[in-house]
Design a protein around this ligand. Structure first.
Ligand SMILES: C=C(O[C@@H]1C=C(C(=O)O)C=C[C@H]1O)C(=O)O
Length: 284
């Protein structure tokens, strides 16, 4: 059977899939595209063999998965595509509605930790849409809830390039969750990891892993090309796309793992995920 491999359509995945998309690197498998929450569910249901998922999905059910070494979507400071927009300071959002992206899992969990521990108040979290097609639906002016937006929609809104007819009135407060985590803990933050289901034959998972690493290395060496593709796809300025890609980190070395385990440790303390351990696929 063909190996089913998940990918996220956002710009943040261009550096990992760019060479595969261009036929520069061969992938022995079938690519399935979905937003993070859809890929998380597909992995949980066994509908995918290997996928990028929200980091929280691994922790939620660690005994079913193996982490792929040396690859993640991380940042060490601002991420630029995971943003909370609000008309009032975060500390004043207690009891008020915060719309959270239905596409995300890790960012929502991080936001909840930030409210509990840093902003020290309890808003009401309401799952909602934050995809590109919903940008038009952003309320203009008046009282509007704060909202957590991820991916290309966040990049576009945060860069200001969506203003005018398309975008909302600017919000007074924009919180970058990568930067907030860094300020709080001093650590990098891992938003997404690649995992294999433990039922996937190891040789298949190793083959996919080797292709992803080779493709990622090509992507990192061709950032200007990918920034141009991102600019064409989103309308965000070329300079902002380049800055965005240069701020993302696709490794999974000791500092990333320190950030990842610190995040998981805090989620365990908050009763959000079971205590567990990191288990890796052997390196390709
Ligand atoms: C940096 C990002 O990381 C993402 C956030 C995820 C989440 O919140 O669950 C999952 C995958 C990544 O796409 C982003 O979406 O912009």
């Amino acid at each position: 059977m063909t190996t089913r491999v998940g990918r996220i359509p956002y710009v943040n995945c261009y550096p990992v899939y760019g060479a595969i998309d261009r036929g520069v690197v061969k992938l022995d498998g079938e690519l399935v595209t979905g937003v993070p929450s859809v890929l998380n569910r597909a992995m949980a249901e066994g509908a995918l063999d290997v996928s990028v998922v929200s980091a929280v999905e691994y922790a939620r059910d660690a005994h079913r998965y193996l982490l792929l070494p040396d690859v993640s979507i991380s940042c060490d400071g601002p991420v630029r595509s995971v943003l909370m927009f609000s008309d009032v300071p975060a500390e004043s959002l207690g009891g008020r509605r915060v719309v959270v992206s239905k596409s995300s899992m890790t960012s929502v969990a991080l936001l909840e930790l930030l409210f509990e521990n840093v902003w020290k108040c309890r808003p009401e979290f309401v799952p909602g849409d934050a995809e590109m097609s919903d940008l038009h639906a952003f309320e203009r002016g008046g009282t509007r809830p704060a909202r957590l937006v991820i991916g290309d929609a966040a990049l576009l809104l945060g860069s200001g390039d969506a203003r005018g007819d398309l975008g909302p009135e600017p919000y007074a407060h924009v919180y970058d969750l990568g930067a907030e985590w860094k300020r709080w803990t001093g650590l990098p933050f891992v938003f997404a990891v690649w995992i294999a289901s433990r039922t996937t034959p190891v040789a298949e998972a190793l083959g996919v892993h080797a292709s992803l690493i080779e493709s990622r290395d090509w992507g990192l060496a061709h950032r200007a090309l990918l920034a141009r593709q991102a600019h064409d796809a989103t309308g965000v300025s070329l300079a902002a796309c380049d800055e965005y890609l240069s701020g993302l980190d696709y490794g999974l070395s000791y500092p990333h793992l320190a950030g990842l385990t610190e995040f998981f440790r805090r989620l365990v303390s908050a009763g959000r995920v079971p205590n567990g351990t990191l288990a890796f696929l052997p390196a390709a």
